[in-house]
Design a protein around this ligand. Structure first.
Ligand code: NIG
Length: 387
């Protein structure tokens, strides 16, 4: 029998569970890697160990459903130039591709581990990451292998950009053929950067359909730099998520609202690339499911802080605190298909993975009420303390 640990002294417990809701003066019990009990402190069962949080808020660990963490190098000078007025183009991806190809496996794995650890120390307990800075069969395969050892979910993004040494149509055949064959055993998802300058709708569809035939789930980078076909394509193919959603028309919002595709918003990326902010309010009011993610990568969004994304979503995207916290936890889990069943993440209920964070605050509202102040007090992943 695994030992049971009871967490008490919880001033406010956000469960993201429809029946449990939000509890005041609550307790939580972990047994092994799972949650075994959630409820009012006065009804709590006995346990082997006790952690008293002395009046702090607890919520699910952040679920970061969009990162690009298999990379080497940084792009500080590109960022500095952008802050001086140069526009973001995805052309900088090629610089990270050069650095990533030049790095050895140990360096890539250490960099990935360091970023996941940095995120975990800030409350992130479930991380998706992508390939996409290799862009040869060999380099995409090693990125997929390295990611599969460290991340919760791995996405194949061979269709990130046409590498400078290849011709577009020929490269696409590689992406949907030998490259897909090589990475498929190591990944669960396939993504395409569907944007002018990367891949058009027809090219993206061909890659996604090949990936679906191999049994992979689908997601799309869409509508990041301008209105385009990404959202429409994601909804047409029943993708689990379409990520960015910065430039949306009314038809895009209606399509997302009428679909099972999660709109994953990446506000740190929009700020860091001086793009407009996505229409979160309109998406939510229309009934779309919204997730928030960091998009941590060295080019367009070099932050691992989900708290920063939540703060921005409340203060600048006009989301309520509840909406933003849900989007950064259960919303991410929905985008990854991990929100239900045994070991679910983004929720605190019996049977879910014991992934939780305690804030140095009496309420989750402080994430936006005290912007920029580090509030992470304790973090548990699969029942084990990571901070
Ligand atoms: O999600 N948009 C495409 N891919 C990344 C950018 C990567 C980069 O600039 O290195 C993104 O923003």
């Amino acid at each position: 029998m695994p030992t049971a640990t009871i967490i008490t002294g919880i001033s406010e417990l956000t469960t993201n569970d429809a029946e449990l809701g939000r509890l005041a003066d609550a307790a939580l019990v972990f047994e092994g890697q799972r949650i075994s009990w959630v409820g009012p402190a006065r009804e709590a069962p006995a346990a082997d160990h006790r952690v008293d949080l002395e009046g702090r808020a607890v919520l699910p660990g952040w679920v970061d459903s969009h990162t690009h963490l298999v990379f080497a190098g940084d792009r500080t000078s590109e960022f500095t130039a952008r802050m001086a007025g140069r526009p973001y183009t995805a052309g900088g991806i090629a610089e990270t591709v050069r650095a990533t190809r030049a790095a050895d496996d140990a360096e890539l794995a250490a960099n990935l581990r360091a970023h996941i650890a940095e995120a975990a120390a800030q409350g992130t307990t479930c991380v998706e990451t992508k390939t996409g800075y290799g862009l040869t069969v060999e380099d995409e395969l090693r990125a997929a292998r390295i990611a599969a050892n460290e991340a919760d979910e791995v996405t194949y993004l061979g269709a990130h950009l046409v590498p400078p040494e290849r011709e577009a149509e020929d490269y696409l055949e590689t992406v949907r053929g030998p490259m897909l064959d090589a990475v498929a055993p190591h990944v669960s998802w396939c993504d395409v950067f569907c944007e002018r300058g990367a891949f058009d709708a027809e090219q993206s569809r061909r890659v996604l359909l090949a990936a679906r035939e191999r049994g992979l789930g689908l997601r799309v980078h869409g509508n990041q730099l301008e209105r385009g076909p990404g959202v429409e394509l994601a909804v047409e193919l029943g993708a689990a998520s379409v990520d960015h959603c910065t430039h949306l028309g009314e038809a895009d919002i209606a399509a997302l609202a009428g679909s099972g595709t999660v709109a994953t918003l990446l506000p740190a990326c929009d700020l860091s690339t001086r793009q407009p902010l996505p229409p979160a309010r309109e998406l939510l009011d229309a009934g779309a499911t919204v997730a928030l993610a960091s998009n941590c990568n060295p080019g367009s969004s070099y932050t691992s802080s989900m708290a920063f994304c939540v703060t921005t979503a409340v203060l600048q995207l006009r989301m309520t605190v509840d909406e933003a916290v849900r989007a950064a936890t259960r919303g991410g889990a929905e985008a990854l298909g991990r929100d239900s069943g045994d070991g679910a993440v983004g929720v605190l209920r019996p049977g879910a993975r014991a992934d939780a964070q305690a804030l140095d605050a009496p309420s989750a509202a402080w994430l936006a009420y005290r912007p920029g102040v580090p509030l992470t007090h304790r973090v548990w992943r699969a029942g084990r303390p990571v901070r």
